[in-house]
Design a protein around this ligand. Structure first.
Ligand code: HEC
Length: 206
């Protein structure tokens, strides 16, 4: 069953295992930062898109504590959790500038490792495989552009990827689904798939 609003390509289990689990918290920080940027600066967003982004930020913030625990356990890096309740207060009070600064500072501390996923590491086989997956699967849904009258539209991936850093696009490929931390929906993509998609949607040079 496909739940509306989720990306089914990343809703089944498989793939990256602990690499993904270790990335979840840093990836979520980058995504919240990016979603806030869109919410605060993109003027052509539809009312529904705005609503979708707000819902996603809200739910991401409520899942952060759980993700930070997972990150601490797996990486042995301590997380100063006080920023999470501060972030929730800023959100509740509508202090988006403060929230954005706080999340950006945290994303700089708990850094998502881009190195192993670099587009330049994609092999010929990776590229061939992801091109086929893209044509057969991804492009079927990812056809919309910013301003679409839809909550969480599936945007054209190449266009979408070009609006953000490689690291943010990686975070979105890894997490695809923003939701509560309790729903540990695993990503079916392999390391080679991710590298391939990084290259397919964000052509070299990086
Ligand atoms: C059946 C439709 C469907 C298919 C097939 C699909 N997606 Fe999605 N995808 C969506 C929807 C809808 C969203 C927005 C959901 C959200 O952001 O919560 C999404 C979100 C995403 C995101 C996150 C975007 C963001 O705003 O952060 C990425 C990245 C993504 N998809 C990549 C892919 C890739 C790569 C494939 C092919 C392997 C794929 N999708 C296949 C519907 C689809």
């Amino acid at each position: 069953m496909v739940t509306a609003g989720l990306c089914p390509a990343v809703a089944t289990s498989g793939g990256l295992g602990t690499i993904l689990d270790r990335s979840r918290f840093p990836a979520e920080l980058i995504i919240v930062r990016g979603d806030l940027d869109r919410l605060m600066t993109e003027s052509e967003l539809s009312r529904l898109e705005r609503q979708g982004l707000e819902g996603r930020i809200q739910s991401a913030l409520s899942g952060l504590l759980w993700l930070s625990k997972e990150y601490e356990t797996l990486t042995k890096h301590a997380v100063d959790e006080t920023f999470i309740s501060d972030a929730e207060s800023f959100w509740a009070d509508g202090k988006l500038d403060h929230l954005r600064d706080l999340i950006a500072a945290s994303a700089d501390i708990y850094v998502l490792n881009l190195e192993i996923f670099r587009a330049s590491r994609a092999s010929k086989e990776d590229m061939q495989r992801v091109s086929e997956i893209d044509t057969a699967l991804c492009q079927g849904c990812h056809v919309l552009s910013s301003g679409s009258p839809s909550i969480l539209p599936a945007y054209r991936l190449k266009d979408f990827a070009s609006t953000m850093s490689a690291r943010e696009f990686l975070a979105r490929l890894l997490s695809g689904i923003r939701g509560s931390g309790e729903t540990t929906l695993a990503n079916p993509l392999t390391l080679g798939d991710i590298r391939g998609f990084m290259r397919l949607y964000r052509p070299l040079p990086e």
